[in-house]
Ligand binder design. Structure first.
Ligand SMILES: C[S@@+](CC[C@H](N)C(=O)[O-])C[C@H]1O[C@@H](n2cnc3c(N)ncnc32)[C@H](O)[C@@H]1O
Length: 307
């Protein structure tokens, strides 16, 4: 299957290679570093199934892209955002690092009535060079609180090198929230699994003991910070034992639209805290969070204390 995809990709007339960073410690026999936010093919199936997610991007593309615009779609995956952008824009460049899914995008581009507008690059967006600067960058390397995918880093680089000075990003910003929560981490009275995990939207694992507080709002682009070091005060509205922080992101598209957790994006992330904390309604608690964007939840430093 994987080889079929690569063969299909290489035989595509749209093959345009871009270097790939090989410094991620992945065994040399595997051609693609797995630390760069790639997702498996079934995830692309689910992302396409997630009509809510795609609808927000579609609306932003319709609202913010004009027929004069040149667009770059970073991490094009199946090609969906590039294809939607090509319905509005003058020209669309797309880049994807994973040859398996890029094969599908290549085929979809070739079948598109807008195929003459579309150019696909295979490789790392960090090394992409274009013959011209673009008006709009679309990019869905979004992960809850910007932890596991390189959205912030890639848009810092692309924003300074590939975007016109008055260019726009879709999405435009992310707002990140934290709450103290109770999560048991214990299963069948036998297993303790104190690990960070995404909550499926329909299967909550952690009960919130405080309201959500926004701890970081970040605008994508060259001036975005590399990480966050924030403190918030949370006033409890439930009694219980806090064992975790629950993190959540709301993505803003730049057309007034925002989206929080949906099936395949911005799902709440639960991270265990070092010490359990008794939570009493109306008492105030300070939570401190620091981490670098895109460097995975292992780099999160988190503490919580009663004030
Ligand atoms: C969350 S998926 C989004 C796919 C598609 N844009 C969509 O909205 O359905 C992110 C995609 O970005 C790709 N990607 C991750 N890091 C990349 C990089 N540095 N350069 C190019 N593509 C990258 C992944 O392989 C994956 O296909």
């Amino acid at each position: 299957m994987f080889l079929d995809c690569i063969t299909e990709w290489i035989s595509s007339r749209r093959f345009k290679p871009v270097p790939i960073r090989l410094d991620s410690g992945v065994p040399a026999s595997y051609p693609i570093p797995l630390e760069m936010g790639q997702v498996l093919l079934h995830s692309h199936y689910q992302m396409l199934q997630d009509e809510d997610r795609v609808a927000h991007f579609r609306r932003a593309i319709e609202d913010l892209i004009t027929s004069d615009d040149i667009v770059l779609d970073i991490g094009t995956g199946s090609g969906i955002l590039a294809l939607l952008a090509a319905e509005r824009a003058r020209k669309v460049y797309a880049v994807e690092v994973d040859p398996a899914i890029a094969g599908f995008a290549a085929r979809a581009f070739d079948a598109s009535p807008n195929r003459e507008k579309l150019t696909l690059f295979l490789g790392d967006a960090a090394y992409l060079r274009l013959p011209e600067r673009v008006d709009v960058i679309t990019c869905e390397l979004l992960d809850t609180v910007l932890l596991n995918e390189p959205q912030v880093e890639i848009l810092r680089l692309a924003g300074s090198r590939l975007l016109k000075p008055d260019g726009r990003f879709i999405p435009a910003y992310a707002r990140n929230f934290v709450a103290l929560a109770n999560c048991s981490f214990r299963f069948y009275e036998r297993i303790d699994l104190r690990v960070a995990h995404w909550e499926p939207t329909d299967l909550p694992s952690a009960r919130e003991l405080t309201p959500w507080a926004e701890y970081c709002r970040l605008t994508f682009g060259p001036d975005a910070p590399e990480g966050v070091d924030a403190q918030v005060v949370l006033r409890a509205n439930h009694r219980g034992t806090a064992t975790a922080v629950k993190l959540m992101t709301v993505t803003g598209f730049g057309n007034g639209d925002e989206v929080g957790p949906c099936l395949t994006m911005n799902r709440p992330l639960v991270i265990p805290i070092p010490e359990k904390l008794d939570i009493v309604p109306d008492a105030a608690y300070r939570v401190r969070l620091s981490y670098r964007f895109g460097e995975r939840y292992q780099n999160v430093r988190c503490s919580a204390a009663r004030l």
